[in-house]
Design a protein around this ligand. Structure first.
Ligand SMILES: [Zn+2]
Ligand SMILES: [Zn+2]
Length: 492
């Protein structure tokens, strides 16, 4: 009896020894890392908005990263802190290890190899061993500053993440409409991958239903949305979608419109480091245009980053959402820049975060066809007028005898009046403003007036000349406006 017990005991011990690695692997405890610290209120001042990089080390075999955030702004205080994550491929400028950005969302962070169990702001994929970085950006802090505590839980259990980073699914929408003509678009929209409430597919439907032929997805500081394009295009094949990002820094917002799929543009455009020109160059290399967005939307006293930093920008968003005082101010600044010879394409955008776009401003773009390449080319050239919404009003500016569109340059004999023609659709009850450097003429538009012709006498002593048109509604708000036709002078 004794011998049998010993035998079974030995078998049991043997089994435990044999199974030990397996059992240990199944129950390997989570590893917990705590990062604590505090930020001074001055950290959120304009000239000190540097991103804090909080490193933590991830060992081999991790299947899930969870980061719980505790942000304490002091009694009754409130603030905004943005967060992001970079893997061991790097968190330096350009951020090769970019894994996601969640803006000021208060949610915790989950990252695994599977999108279903990963936060909507982060890219599921490999969890490489090595140094990861939690990115912390103190955008707004109360006088008491911020005390923070991040509890990072690394799990070794559950499904093993893939070895390789996921690729953006191929999405070539080709030429959706081969006809040359005016197409209606919105170049500024957000999904739930930043602070919007809709998926890309829902945005596509919303724009399609509201009469937009195309729109650009421009989520704040992330390229995560690009992974959704193929599915959205399958569901809405007639709605052209442009890849983009809204580069969002506390000192400036700017849209990259029409970049290569999967391209990430770093938001850390620190003026002291002259990062902005690098981001603009990257946008151009990626085939995109770069537009400075809504520069006066925060009640700022002036453009907040020196124009020298963005001298290579292509466009400025003069019309963000419904017409407003900040839009008016931007329009006046834009015109002042045109007078100095700085050519920037005027654009508009709904900046929808999920709200309806039926009343949002619309960019009417003359393109060779409805395709990504043709639309970007037309936007870059400024073959664009803007209207209150996708239903109009419409303003077609031309020079008699010339084929020039807004954005183009004509050469004209100095001293000779320029024969301007404007065709107006749905403009009854509004006032047409014909504008050129140093002059303007207003014309009341009644229901029978569908075209205006004027010989405009430009001031030929000016270094920059152009003609552009606005349509002002009875309540003083903007109905439509065109980009300028620029006028160069030939020798006398
Ligand atoms: Zn913005
Ligand atoms: Zn925006």
């Amino acid at each position: 009896m004794m011998r049998i017990c010993r035998f079974w005991a030995a078998v049991f011990v043997g089994l435990v020894i044999l199974c030990a690695p397996l059992m240990a692997a199944q129950v390997k405890p989570d590893q917990v890392i705590v990062i604590e610290g505090q930020c001074d209120a001055r950290d959120a001042r304009d000239d000190m908005r540097r991103m804090h990089i909080l490193p933590f080390d991830v060992p081999e075999g991790v299947t899930r990263i969870e980061i719980k955030k505790e942000l304490n702004y002091g009694a009754g205080g409130s603030g905004t802190v943005d967060h992001g994550l970079a893997d061991p491929r790097g968190a330096g400028f350009g951020m090769p290890g970019f894994r996601g950005w969640m803006g000021g969302s208060k949610a915790d962070i989950w990252l695994t190899g599977d999108p279903v169990t990963t936060s909507q702001y982060f890219l599921a994929g490999p969890i490489q061993p090595g140094r990861w970085n939690l990115l912390q950006w103190t955008v707004k802090l109360p006088d008491a500053g911020l005390k923070y505590k991040y509890t990072i839980r690394l799990s070794f259990n559950g499904p093993k993440p893939p070895e390789r980073m996921p690729e953006v699914p191929k999405c070539d929408q080709g030429i959706i409409n081969p006809k040359a003509g005016w197409y209606i678009g919105d170049v500024h929209a957000h999904t739930l991958h930043s602070d919007g409430s809709k998926t890309l597919s829902q945005l596509a439907k919303q724009h399609e239903d509201a009469g937009f032929d195309f729109f650009a997805s421009t989520d704040h500081n992330t390229n995560l949305t690009h992974f959704d394009f193929a599915d959205a295009a399958r569901e809405h094949p007639k709605e052209l979608m442009l890849f983009g990002e809204e580069v969002t820094h506390p000192l400036m917002h700017a849209n990259v419109i029409g970049c290569k799929p999967g391209t990430f543009f770093d938001m850390r455009i620190d003026p002291a480091e002259h990062h902005l020109p690098q981001v603009i160059a990257q946008a151009h290399k990626s085939g995109a245009i770069f537009s400075v967005n809504h520069p006066f939307n925060w009640g700022a006293k002036d453009w907040r980053i020196s124009p020298e930093e963005w001298k290579d920008a292509d466009a400025v968003e003069v019309w963000n959402g419904g017409w407003s005082d900040p839009n008016q101010k931007t329009l006046e600044h834009w015109d002042a820049m045109l007078q100095k010879g700085r050519r920037l394409v005027a654009l508009c955008g709904s900046d929808t975060h999920g709200g309806a776009v039926t009343k949002s401003p619309a960019a009417h773009v003359y393109a060779e066809n409805l395709s990504r390449d043709a639309i970007i080319d037309a936007l870059r050239k400024g073959h664009v007028f803007l209207s209150e919404n996708s239903r109009g009003p419409e303003l077609y500016l031309s020079i008699r005898g010339e084929s020039a569109l807004p954005g183009d340059t004509i050469e004209w004999k100095a001293g000779t009046p320029v024969p301007v023609e404007v065709r107006i659709v749905h403009g009854a009850g509004m006032t047409l403003r014909l504008i050129w450097p140093g002059g303007e003429e207003n014309v009341s538009v009644d229901k029978d007036l569908t075209a205006v012709r004027r010989d405009v006498a430009l001031d030929w002593t000016r270094s920059a000349n152009y003609v552009r048109v606005e349509l002002i509604k009875a309540d003083g708000k903007m109905g439509a406006l065109t980009n300028p036709i620029y006028v160069g002078q030939t020798a006398l």
